[in-house]
Design a protein around this ligand. Structure first.
Ligand code: HEM
Length: 222
């Protein structure tokens, strides 16, 4: 068994602060949107907490962004432009999640610090971090001060459009909060990925994962 340093400190700090703030934003967001259905707190409290936490979430996003902008570990987020290779790897990963995993077959993706995501994770995280989160920040800012951002709101079709996009992404994130922690339990043990997001180190069991090339193994060990 070897230990691979996959999650540097800034990523871990960003991730858990982000998860906590997501929970607060979802609870207060539900209260703001579905005032008639829930009465967890006053509308005013929900709005004030939602706004403050949202600004903290935006600030926190820059920990993630600046870390990856200035670290060669951003290779983990580099897109695969070879469509045939991407389709082949994605299919193998889907077959593993849908079938192979239940038969105890090895994970087709081998983790190393510069390639820690399997192709499905990589695509999901690219969309999430580079598109959905920034779009949620932008629409949230516009709704926070409609008057100030009126020219931009008009440019994209009015406040209803902005609000709809914000709520649709919010609904996506609510589902994501169930789906993502479930996927996070699919390491070689149910807690392996979660521990790695706490300690930074992923434990690799060679007997159940794909073979490690000697050169890559040396580079991967912390
Ligand atoms: C309690 C809730 C959460 C748990 C238990 C959890 C767990 C994990 C774990 C174990 C990993 C590392 C393994 C993997 O990549 O699958 C991870 C990575 C990641 N999670 Fe979460 N997560 C949670 C909430 C969130 C939320 C709300 C977001 C929203 C953006 C998020 C975004 C990410 C991203 C982007 C990564 C990759 C980070 C990187 O290495 O750059 N997670 N999560």
């Amino acid at each position: 068994m070897s230990r691979v340093y996959v999650n540097p400190l800034p990523v871990r700090i960003w991730h858990w602060a982000n998860a906590l703030m997501f929970i607060i934003l979802i609870v207060t967001g539900v209260q703001i949107r579905y005032l008639d259905l829930f009465s967890l707190m006053s509308f005013r409290t929900a709005v004030v907490v939602h706004n403050w936490v949202a600004f903290a979430l935006i600030a926190n996003f820059f920990i993630w962004l600046l870390f990856y902008l200035f670290s060669d570990r951003n290779k983990a987020y580099h897109p695969e432009f070879n469509i045939v290779k991407l389709a082949d790897q994605s299919l193998k990963q889907m077959l593993y999640y849908g079938y192979g995993m239940f038969r105890g077959e090895p994970n087709p993706h081998h983790i190393d610090p510069y390639n820690k995501f399997n192709p499905l994770q990589r695509m999901l995280y690219q969309i999430l971090m580079l598109f959905l989160l920034p779009l949620q920040f932008a629409t949230g800012l516009m709704l926070w001060d409609v008057k100030r951002f009126q020219p931009y709101i008009d440019m994209v079709g009015g406040v209803r459009v902005v609000d709809t996009v914000h709520v649709l992404i919010f609904i996506f994130f609510v589902f994501y909060m169930f789906f993502h922690p479930y996927l996070a339990t699919l390491g070689h043990t149910p807690t392996a990925h979660i521990k790695a997001m706490i300690t930074g180190y992923e434990e690799e069991h060679e007997e159940c994962d794909a073979p490690v090339a000697p050169a890559a193994e040396g580079a991967a060990k912390a």
